[in-house]
Ligand binder design. Structure first.
Ligand SMILES: Nc1ncnc2c1ncn2[C@@H]1O[C@H](COP(=O)(O)OP(=O)(O)OP(=O)(O)O)[C@@H](O)[C@H]1O
Ligand SMILES: [Mg+2]
Length: 761
């Protein structure tokens, strides 16, 4: 229908929409998008489809009036479970890419074009307008024409290899592979090492060969020549050593960065359950052990390899010079190695004990700092200090014993080590005196200088075994954390439906790990979308557990939980949590401004969203009274905010992304009556258009709920409105009367409490 090639991505093509399935979906979802936004969205959907992901534009955050900025487009792709990154590229780089996957070009006018191929002979890229039907041929565009509409903004995307099966376990092999990625640096280090070795041997050989001549014939000229040669050799050795050190440092830094990225990524993929069970102190100590592995690989192990070059070069030379002496050196080295070998096992056992003691010590520290309020409030400082003292003494004791143990092999091998330096001299001299083919002074001198250089590395090879054990223990520590089953698969796979908010529990039974009685016992209930559901029940009846299962925190329950009819287990976990807001009794606010805390780094949200959320949460009033309003900085632990203010910020943070389901677990319990009334007054407004699950001990704040569910011992006792429950549910009536008897001395259970605390109503 369009026979002249046009600039890709500009102008709308309303007539073509129906022929492209992406556009069909798009039109349903996003009527009234600007053409450029539509073009970017279509481009992203095209790419996602190429990688096998059907995106649902209805679930995306679309700001109709604004162009999709690169971060927003990237977020779309990531939300679809793809790996995505923005990069500035140029025409030539685009031409070089071999991957047939389409690439999104972010055009200057705010639209997008897809690179679908390249013609290298004619130096043109084949571009497609993402909104044009698939049957339409791609448009060849050369560098000059592309430059007029595009200045380098590019989106790269590929399917992630997520999933537990694909993730290699954390072990030595994995780290070794990481080291191996720097093949080139390794090669350069090896070359430098060989050269340095040769350079350091040459002077010895020269001196060895010439020392006789110089002394015998008083040859000053020879001495001068040797001096110059030595200086040159030393100079080059210096230069190369400097270069090698630099390479080593670069490699260590790269490896460090890679390890750190991977570790943090894996750590965050672990389920919350895991963090709840493990002590933070022990956890962070274990993770921090990874530096030992790195140190070992790039320090000790590398040096040993380098030393082995030396041995490989020198050993034949020694045998050539004098086989008997060479053998004695080898035997001495072997004896040294076996002495160290004997001590390996006890030292290894000691290392494990030290690690255990250190992590115990560490957890006392972390716990005390973390719970310092409680420590101070209960005047627990002396107890904590005593505990700390004991742990410190224990580790110190173990460390001393370990050093004592390590001292033994070090002492025992010393004479053998010295033999390879001085002993050979004496032995050599004896051999020289008692045989008829005398060993000359040069050879003896050579043995003295070189013998140590062979024995040293051989000894350190044995010593490396000890460090291998230590590194292995460290790998084990890290692996014990990172190789747990994680949520990665659930976070990257699964359905990404548009939520309405209907929730159904079907015969759900759940037991916490290590407990006998189920926290939820064959629970079944069903609420339609948009319901405001209150959960009540005695402490420990399973209210929080219900909210945890809804968030996918605990996943090994039996029965089925369905959201809008979809089984929870099939839904992408990140998608689920993004669409579910959660406010707890005690919420963590991050260091940063009020505005940053409300937006919490979620892309596609603007300041206006933050203000609106704050207003809805009843937080606007106090934020505006803060010294810098929305830019007021919140410190760690937020000491500059009251409990009620924190809580309202947390609510604002939860509703800023307009979640379909909002869960409040005792969100208002810690508040003073006035703040509570303020939040409660806003609840109805907050609830409009979404499903709410509210857990509260104060029944008066649940009166307005559409449905209230009464739990007892993990079972649903009853579900109904306040009036129904007061009439027919004994537990509910009991709780209600307990809390509200003072309001109604005649025992009229149906009465609402005085609305005095609801100024917003
Ligand atoms: N992490 C956990 N590990 C083991 N058992 C747990 C865990 N969390 C809760 N439980 C147990 O599960 C049961 C239900 O706990 P839940 O936290 O759901 O109760 P709740 O109704 O929220 O109580 P409360 O009103 O005190 O908050 C309790 O018996 C509790 O001991
Ligand atoms: Mg609870």
């Amino acid at each position: 229908m369009n026979d002249t090639p046009r600039s890709p991505g500009s102008g709308a093509h309303p007539g073509q929409a129906a022929t492209n399935p992406d556009i069909a979906a798009l039109n349903d979802a996003a009527i009234g998008l600007t053409p450029t936004l539509e073009s970017r969205l279509a481009a992203v959907m095209n790419v996602a489809r190429y990688h096998g992901v059907e995106m649902n534009p209805e679930t995306l955050r679309l700001r109709r009036d604004e162009p999709a900025s690169p971060p927003v487009s990237i977020e779309w792709l990531r939300e679809a479970g793809l790996w995505a990154r923005g990069a500035p590229l140029n025409f030539r780089q685009l031409m070089k890419i071999d991957d047939p996957a389409p690439i999104v070009l972010l055009l200057d006018d705010g639209g997008a074009a897809l690179v679908v191929g390249r013609n290298r002979e004619q130096q043109v890229l084949l571009l497609r307008d993402p909104r044009s039907p698939r049957s339409e041929p791609a448009v060849p565009v050369d560098e000059l024409r592309l430059k007029q509409v595009w200045s380098g903004g590019t989106l790269l995307a590929r399917a992630t290899r997520g999933g537990v099966e694909d993730e290699p376990p954390f072990n030595f092999a994995l780290i070794a592979r990481m080291v191996w990625t720097d093949k080139k640096i390794l090669r350069d280090i090896a070359i430098a090492s060989v050269t340095i070795t040769i350079l350091s041997i040459i002077p010895i050989l020269i001196v060895m060969r010439t020392i006789g001549t110089v002394i015998q014939y008083h040859s000053v000229a020879t001495l001068e020549l040797v001096t110059v040669l030595l200086i040159v050799a030393v100079f080059f050795e210096m230069l190369l050593s400097w270069g090698r050190k630099l390479l080593e440092v670069v490699m260590a830094a790269k490896l460090d960065a890679r390890l750190n990225l991977m570790i943090f990524d894996r750590l965050l993929a672990l389920p919350i359950e895991f963090f709840e069970r493990e002590q933070a102190g022990v956890l962070s100590y274990k993770i921090s052990q990874v530096y030992k592995v790195r140190q070992f690989l790039t320090g000790r192990l590398m040096n040993t390899f380098i030393d082995m070059f030396m041995v490989a070069l020198l050993l034949p030379l020694l045998f050539y010079m004098d086989a008997t002496l060479a053998w004695t050196i080898l035997i001495a080295a072997a004896m040294i190695a076996s002495i160290i070998g004997v001590f390996l096992r006890p030292m290894g056992a000691m290392t494990s004990r030290i690690i255990a003691a250190e992590s115990a010590k560490n957890s006392v520290m972390v716990e005390s700092v973390y719970g310092i309020r409680t420590v101070k409030a209960l005047a627990l400082e002396p107890t904590r200090a005593a505990d700390w003292d004991r742990k410190v003494a224990h580790t110190a004791d173990l460390n001393i014993r370990a050093s004592q143990l390590a001292n033994w092999p070090a002492t025992l091998v010393m004479p053998l080590q010295r033999y390879s330096q001085y002993g050979v001299m004496i032995l050599g001299s004896y051999i020289a005196l008692n045989s008829n083919n005398p060993v000359d002074a040069g050879t003896l001198f050579g043995f003295m200088m070189l013998g140590g250089r062979v024995a040293g590395p051989l000894v350190s090879l044995a010593g490396v075994m000890e460090h291998v054990q230590e590194a292995q223990a460290a790998v084990y520590q890290v692996a014990s954390v990172l190789n747990r089953p994680n949520e990665r698969r659930a976070l990257t796979h699964g359905l990404r439906p548009r939520f309405e908010g209907a929730i159904e529990f079907d015969d759900v039974t759940f037991r916490y790990e290590g407990t006998k009685t189920p926290a939820l016992d064959r629970m079944s209930f069903k609420i339609p979308a948009g319901t405001m559901l209150g959960l009540v029940g005695r402490s420990g009846s399973g209210k929080s557990t219900v909210t945890r299962l809804l968030q996918g925190i605990n996943r090994d329950y039996s029965g089925a939980i369905k959201i809008d009819g979809n089984d929870m287990r099939e839904i992408n976990l990140r998608h689920l949590r993004k669409n579910f807001g959660m406010v707890l009794q005690d919420n963590f606010l991050f260091r940063g401004s009020v505005r940053e805390n409300i937006l919490a780094g979620r892309p596609g949200l603007s300041f206006e969203d933050a203000v609106q959320a704050a207003r809805l949460a009843g937080a606007e009033e106090f934020i505006e009274r803060l010294p810098q309003g929305y830019d007021t900085f919140i410190q760690e632990g937020s000491p500059n905010l009251s409990g009620g203010q924190k809580q309202r910020l947390a609510i604002a943070r939860a509703i800023v992304s307009d979640p379909r389901v909002l869960i409040l677990d005792e969100a208002t319990s810690a508040l003073d009556p006035e703040s509570e009334a303020l939040v409660n007054a806003n609840l109805l407004r907050i609830a409009s258009g979404r499903t709410m699950v509210i857990v509260s001990h104060r029944l008066s704040s649940l009166i307005d709920c559409d449905l209230i569910m009464v739990l007892d011992h993990g079972r649903t006792m009853d579900i109904g409105t306040h009036h129904e429950l007061v009439e027919r549910c004994a537990i509910y009536r009991h709780l209600w009367l307990q809390q509200n008897r003072h309001l109604d001395p005649e025992g009229n259970a149906y009465a609402k409490p005085a609305p005095a605390l609801n100024p917003g109503e």
